[in-house]
Design a binder for this molecule. Sequence first.
Ligand code: FES
Length: 63
Amino acid sequence: MYVCLCKGLTESDVQQAGRCGQITGAGLIASFGLNDEGCCGRCAENIDDLVQLAAGQLSPFPH
Ligand code: FES
C-alpha cells in the first residue's frame, strides 16, 4: 500500500528504512525527499505516522 503518493513510497519502503535504522522524522524526510519541490508536504507534516511505521509500531498506514 502506498503511504506517499508524491514519492511513490509504500509501507514496505518505510518499514525497510526502519529496519536499516532510519526511525527519526528528520532522517525519513531527508532520505525520501519528503520536502522536495513538487511534494505536497503532507508526509512531512505528519511524519510521526511514518516514524511509527518505520519503528514497527503502526500498520497498516491509512493514507
Ligand atoms: S504524499 Fe507524501 S509528500 Fe505528498
